[in-house]
Design a binder for this molecule. Structure first.
Ligand SMILES: C[S@@+](CC[C@H](N)C(=O)[O-])C[C@H]1O[C@@H](n2cnc3c(N)ncnc32)[C@H](O)[C@@H]1O
Length: 285
């Protein structure tokens, strides 16, 4: 017989107590709710980190998180536990609605100031923000004063977003081939967004649960595929923050599985083409 007793037993499983500790830790640091059924996710996301850090088990990782407050470990666990899935022109219909209806309306409204402001909240690695930039240039608005502000909790994702550098497999997802030729430059094995687009976009670390007053206000806020991870109270708080950052007739776009319904009745649902946007209800006098 080969292998030690420990090897034959397989890797040590996370104890119930440590899983509860991680649920609380992740909720406190990110707002994300890990249900009891998400042990597999903890295993899949944190086991590589346990290995990289030379630790014996997830239980040891939890003990270190509890005891030392080691910032590098905190950051790595946070990075591992956020889901960063994104792609260029995700879901298409909202981009069609922006191009065909919403942006033309905003252009009319803002013609005197020739400025448009967008907030890509939970921007991940930046594909949404750059998709907007490409769309605006295609619409002939490249010489307007355009500000696309991308925010996220994950430093790792923000670094990638700022670099605007993507793997072949990432530009294969959602990006029309002619945009790749027109707006990207080859850098080794990767593709980099051209500087003229990078100049339209700024990325900053923000926790959506924190006050946002210093961001200013926006004509369009895109906050997609992140509310799904939060509990009701956190969703309400975030929607309130977003509302305070919107121009009075501005638009909010959420992910396809997200809604303001039952969370914030100051928002009104506005179907536009094949997509659903939200606007702040006009106050009844
Ligand atoms: C699934 S991605 C969505 C990316 C993009 N909005 C999209 O729809 O393609 C979710 C993003 O939310 C970020 N996130 C999670 N919790 C956050 C928080 N409390 N504040 C800000 N961003 C957060 C994650 O880091 C991740 O990049």
């Amino acid at each position: 017989m080969t292998g030690t007793t420990a090897e034959r037993r397989g890797p040590e499983e996370i104890t119930g107590e440590n899983f509860v500790f991680l649920q609380r830790w992740v909720h406190q640091e990110t707002g994300i709710v890990l249900d009891d059924g998400k042990r597999y996710l903890v295993d899949a996301r944190l086991t590589p980190l346990v290995r990289d850090e030379g630790l014996q088990s997830l239980n040891e990782l939890c003990n270190l998180l509890r005891a030392t407050r080691a910032p590098h470990l905190n950051r790595k666990v946070l990075e591992a536990m956020t889901t960063n899935e994104t792609l260029f022109f995700r879901d298409l219909a909202p981009f069609d609605a922006l191009r065909e209806t919403i942006i033309p309306e905003l252009v009319e409204r803002n013609r005197a100031i020739r400025a448009l402001r967008f907030w890509s909240a939970a921007a991940s690695s930046g594909q949404e923000a750059y998709s907007l930039a490409m769309m605006l240039v295609e619409m002939g608005l490249g010489d307007w004063n355009i500000r696309i502000h991308g925010t996220d909790l994950s430093e790792q994702m923000l670094e990638r977003a700022r670099a605007g550098q993507y793997l072949q497999i990432e530009v294969n997802r959602g990006l029309p081939a002619r945009y790749l030729v027109k707006y990207f430059e080859r850098e080794g094995l990767e593709w980099r967004v051209q500087e003229r687009l990078r100049r339209m976009v700024r990325f900053e670390r923000r926790d959506l649960r924190e006050p946002m007053a210093s961001l200013g206000t926006f004509d369009v806020v895109l906050c997609r595929n992140v509310l799904i991870y939060f509990d009701v109270e956190t969703k309400k708080r975030i929607l309130g923050q977003i509302r305070s950052r919107m121009e009075p007739r501005g638009y909010l776009l959420l992910g396809a599985a997200e809604t303001t319904f039952g969370l914030d009745n100051r928002f009104e649902r506005k179907p536009v083409g094949g997509a659903v946007f939200y606007q702040i209800r006009e106050q009844c006098e």
